[in-house]
Design a protein around this ligand. Sequence first.
Ligand code: GTP
Ligand code: MG
Length: 397
Amino acid sequence: MAKKSSKSKGASAKAAEEHEVAETVQKTGDASNSEEIDKAFEEAMKDGAGESAKSGSGDEDGDEDVEIDVSAAIQASGGHLDLDKVTVKDIPGVGPSIAKKLAESGFSSIRAIATLPPKMLMQESGIGEKTADKIIKAAQEICKMEFVTADVVFEKRKNLGKIVTGSNALNEILGGGIETGAITELVGEFRTGKTQIAHQCCINVQLPVDQGGLSGKALYVDTEGTFRPERLAKMAMAKGMDVKEALKNVIYARAYNSEHQINILRQARKLIETQNVKLIVVDSLISHFRSEYFGLGALGPRQQLLNMHIHQIQQLCDTYMVAAIVTNQVQAKPDIFFGNPTIPAGGNIVAHGSTYRVFMRKGKGETRVAKIIDAPGLPEAEAVFKITEKGIEDAET
Ligand code: GTP
Ligand code: MG
C-alpha cells in the first residue's frame, strides 16, 4: 500500500516533465520516423534478445534469390485459395529453409505475414530483409488486402467477438464487451480494478459465445507480479466452472523487463496459432518502460520502443482476431488547477496505440466508475460496477 502511494505521488514532478517531453518526441518523431524505431529496437535487442534477432541481419543462406510467383500459386489452386489452409510452403519460390524458419517462429498463417512490417518479419523469423519484403508482398497479393468497400467492413465488424466483463453497465458502454481485433486500455490509479477486470476477462473468455465468451484461452503477461491464480479460481467457481480446467486455460508469463516483455509477445504468435488463445492481457503495459528509461534523455528511445511494442500487440489482434487488454497507470497533469489532475501515462504513443481507452476511478465502498474516454464510434459514457468476492459485477444487482 505504502509502495503504491509513493509510486503515484512521488513521480508527479518528473511526470510533468516526462509528459511534455513525450509530447515533443511525438511531434517530431512519431510513426513517420520508422527508421529510428527500428534502430531503437535493434539496440534493445542486441544483448541476448534471442536467436531470431541475432540471425536476422543477413541472408547468409543465400535465400535472397527467392522468386515468388503469386499468380502461379493462385492459378494452381484454381483461383480459390482457402486462406485458412494456405501456408508459406504453398508459395512457389519459398524454399524449405525459409519455410522452416518461418514455421519455427510461428508463421504458419499467410494472413499473419501479410500484415507485418518487413522489419518485424525479419526480426521475428531471422530471414533477410529482401526476402522478408518479397514474402510479405506475395502474402498481401494472395490476401488481396488493398481496398474493400464499406459494406464488406460492415459485415466483418458484425462478426467481431466480444468478451463480457461481468458488469452489464460496463459491457454497455464498451459496445458489448472487450472487442476482438482491438486493444482495450484500462487506465487508472492503483486499486481501481484494472487487474481485477483483466482476471475476470481471462475467465469469461472461456465461456461459450452465447454466454458472452469466445470459447478460448487467455494469455496473461504480468509485469508487476500481481497475477493471482487463487483469484481466478474464485471467479471460475462463482461461475460454476471446473476450476482446474479454467486455470489450465490461462497461460501465464512473467515479464521481468521491457525487453523480455517484447520477446514474450513475439512468442505469443505461436501460442495464439496453436492454443486457441482469444485474449491477451498485458498488465501493466508500461511499468518496465517507465522504470528502465529514466530521465529526459531516455524518453525518445523509450517512446520508440513502446510504440513498437504496441504495434506488435495490435498486429496480433488484427491478424488472429484476438482481444487485448492492456493496463496503464496515471501520471500528474503538468498544468491542471481544476478538474481531474491526472492523465494516462505513456503520452500520445499509448493514446494512439489503444483502440478503446477506459478511465477508471474509485467510487463509494467497493464500487468503481469506468468512463470511456477515447473510442471510435462510442459516446463518452460512464458505468458503475463493483468488485466482490465473485469478481466484477454490476453495482446494483
Ligand atoms: P494497481 O495495479 O495497483 O495500479 O491497481 P489495479 O487498478 O490493478 O487494482 P486491482 O484490480 O488490483 O484492484 C484491487 C481492488 O480489488 C482491491 O482494492 C479490492 O477492493 C478488490 N479485490 C481484489 N481482490 C479481491 C477479492 O478477492 N475479493 C474482493 N471482494 N475484492 C477484491
Ligand atoms: Mg494492477
